[in-house]
Design a protein around this ligand. Structure first.
Ligand code: AMP
Length: 280
């Protein structure tokens, strides 16, 4: 049976007893196949796997869904049974004895563009909790999903900038059969909403079909932006340089990160893909 610990002291004790390599998978719970694909990758990488299960208030804005965010620890623990050594599921007070915390981590410029521009402070909240969880778990590997592409880029910048000795591993997006990227927030969608949400994965497919042409990628996104059906509101649909997060031009060559965010039935949905541009 996986051991569940709720205090930092118990986590540190259990971590100290682990021999060999350790991989951590950080989640906000409400686990689904996407999270489990991260757990499977973690198992391939290391001798021991720690899953963290914590809805981090610092990364939610005042009008966001912190209170409503789905929580079901018993189901989460059952899903990772036999797959992880340890589940760390602390309370907010355990993670943040002083609220607001007197010192936090800044995500820098990358934290202020795209998703960060729509959710001020979100990435500072993410890197603060990720730094704490990296300190507490001292992992050799930390596994993140490509669905949250900007978060992944910022976490890579975090460990690089602060000399944190963990290797950051990325796992491709797990999708439902329809193509919809799996997300804990999908439970908020009606059947009709799920159908409407397919605009995101269809846009990813159109972009992939347009690669390796940079202008083809840009025009696939332009078409998608103009063709949102009723009930879907684009927040953004951009092809950016993965290093700078600036929008690419048709002259761009090399990796392109496609980042999508849209609102369906009041639910914010993300999708992403990496493409390579080799021609105009
Ligand atoms: P969350 O619980 O939403 O904070 O996500 C925890 C981790 O799971 C993050 O690294 C996410 O990028 C990753 N993740 C969430 N959904 C998916 C998905 N559909 N495919 C792959 N990774 C995912």
């Amino acid at each position: 049976m996986s051991t569940v610990v709720t205090t930092r002291t118990a986590l540190l004790r259990a971590r100290a007893a682990m021999d060999g390599t350790v991989a951590v998978v950080m989640t906000m719970g409400a686990l689904h196949e996407g999270h489990l694909s991260l757990v499977h990758r973690a198992r391939e990488l290391a001798d021991h796997v720690i899953l963290t299960d914590f809805v981090n208030p610092l990364q939610f804005g005042p009008n966001e869904d912190f209170d409503a965010y789905p929580r079901d620890l018993a189901s989460d623990v059952a899903q990772v049974e036999g797959l992880v050594d340890l589940v760390f599921a602390p309370s907010v007070e355990e993670m943040y004895p002083l609220m607001p915390p007197p010192v936090t981590v800044s995500a820098g410029r990358l934290g202020t563009v795209l998703e960060g521009a729509r959710r001020p402070g979100h990435y500072d909240g993410v890197v603060t909790v990720v730094t704490k969880l990296l300190q507490l778990t001292r992992p050799h590997f930390a596994v993140f999903g490509q669905k949250d592409a900007q978060q992944l880029a910022i976490i890579r910048a975090l460990v690089f900038s602060l000399d944190i000795p963990a290797s950051i591993e990325a796992v491709p997006i797990a999708r439902e059969d329809s193509g919809l990227a799996r997300s804990s927030r999908n439970v908020y969608l009606s059947d009709e909403g799920r159908e409407r949400a397919l605009l995101l994965s269809r846009t990813i497919a159109a972009v992939s079909a347009a690669a390796p042409s940079a202008s083809g990628i840009l025009s696939a996104l332009e078409t998608a932006r103009r063709s949102a059906p009723e009930g879907v509101e684009w927040d953004y649909a951009f092809a950016v340089d993965p290093g700078t997060f600036e929008e690419i031009t048709p002259e761009h060559r090399g990796e392109v990160l496609v980042v999508l965010a849209a609102r369906v039935e009041g639910v914010r949905l993300l999708d992403a893909a990496v493409a390579v541009a080799t021609e105009r």
